[in-house]
Design a protein around this ligand. Structure first.
Ligand code: 13P
Length: 257
C-alpha cells in the first residue's frame, strides 16, 4: 500500500519566527496515529529551514522537512540559488520541483525540471514533481497532452525502481489559490492518467509505487473525498497549510464523517 503524503507548501509566507510557532502548534495538533496513517511534510521558505529543522528534531515533532525548490548544480557561481547539497545537509527529505509558480513566473522549463529531479535524487532526497494545466489548456481540451508531456519530460532518463519511490503532484493551475477545486472525479481522471503514463514508460512496479498528490484549494472539507480516489495518494496544500488548524484537519481527513 502507498502511504499517503500530505505536504504543506508555505510558498513565500512566514518568517522564521512564525515558522517556529506554526510547527510547534502542528506538534500539538498532529499525533502518532496521524503519522502512522499518513506522512506529513512541511515546505517553509529557505530562510526558515534551519530553524524548522532544529525545532522538529529537538522537540521530536513528527513532521518531515521539505523545501520548495533548488538549483540542480552542487555549487558554483549561481547568485541567489540554493543547492541540493545544502538542503540535504539540513536533513531535508522532500523537494518540490517544477511547481507551476516556478514554471509560469520564473520560466522553468521541462528540461530544468528534469535536471532538478535528477539532482535532488542524487543528493538522497525525494522530488515532488509538479504538473498541471492552465485554464485555457483545460478549456481547449489540452489537459491530457500537457500533463503527459510534463510527466514524461520531468522523469526522462530515470529507471523504474527510482520512479517507484517518487512523488508526482497534479496541480491544475486554475485551482491553485482560487478556492476552485477540481471535482474528485476530474482529479482522479488526471491522476489515473499520470499513473498509466508512468506504467507505459517505466513499468507497472513504478506505477504501483509512485505516489500521486492532488493540489489546488485542498481544504479540510474536501480532503476526504479527494483522498478517497484510487489514484490520489496525498495532497499538496498551499493556503490551508499556513495555519495549524486547517492543515491538521486535512492531515486527519480519515477521521471526518
Ligand atoms: P492552494 O492550496 O493555496 O490552492 O495551493 C496549492 C499549491 O500550489 C500547493 O503547492
Amino acid at each position: 500500500m502507498r502511504k499517503p503524503l500530505i505536504s504543506g507548501n508555505w510558498k513565500m509566507h512566514h518568517n522564521h519566527f512564525d515558522a517556529i510557532t506554526l510547527v510547534q502548534k502542528l506538534g500539538y495538533a498532529i499525533d502518532k496515529d496521524d503519522v502512522e496513517a499518513v506522512d506529513v511534510s512541511v515546505h517553509p521558505p529557505f530562510t526558515d529551514l534551519r530553524s524548522v529543522q532544529t525545532v522538529i528534531e529537538a522537540d521530536k515533532i513528527p513532521l518531515i522537512l521539505g523545501a520548495q525548490n533548488c538549483h540542480w548544480e552542487e555549487k558554483g557561481a549561481f547568485t541567489g540559488e540554493v543547492s541540493p547539497a545544502m538542503l540535504a545537509k539540513l536533513n531535508v527529505s522532500y523537494v518540490i520541483v517544477g511547481h507551476s509558480e516556478r514554471r509560469e513566473l520564473f520560466g522553468e522549463t521541462d528540461e530544468d525540471v528534469n535536471r532538478k529531479v535528477k539532482s535532488v535524487l542524487e543528493h538522497g532526497m525525494t522530488p515532488i514533481m509538479c504538473c498541471g494545466e492552465t485554464l485555457e489548456e483545460r478549456e481547449s481540451g489540452a489537459t491530457d497532452t500537457k500533463v503527459v508531456g510534463q510527466v514524461k519530460a520531468g522523469l526522462d532518463g530515470l529507471d523504474g525502481a527510482t520512479v517507484a519511490g517518487l512523488v508526482v503532484a497534479y496541480e491544475p493551475i486554475w485551482a491553485i489559490g482560487t478556492g476552485r477545486t477540481a471535482s474528485a472525479e476530474d482529479a482522479q481522471a488526471v491522476c489515473g492518467l499520470i499513473r498509466r503514463t508512468i506504467a507505459d514508460s517505466f513499468g507497472q512496479a513504478a506505477a504501483d509505487g509512485v505516489r500521486i498528490q492532488y493540489g489546488g484549494s485542498v481544504k479540510p472539507d474536501n480532503a476526504k473525498e479527494l483522498m478517497g480516489q484510487p489514484d490520489i495518494d496525498g495532497a499538496l496544500v498551499g493556503g490551508a497549510s499556513l495555519e495549524a488548524e486547517p492543515f491538521a484537519g486535512i492531515v486527519q481527513y480519515r477521521l471526518k464523517d
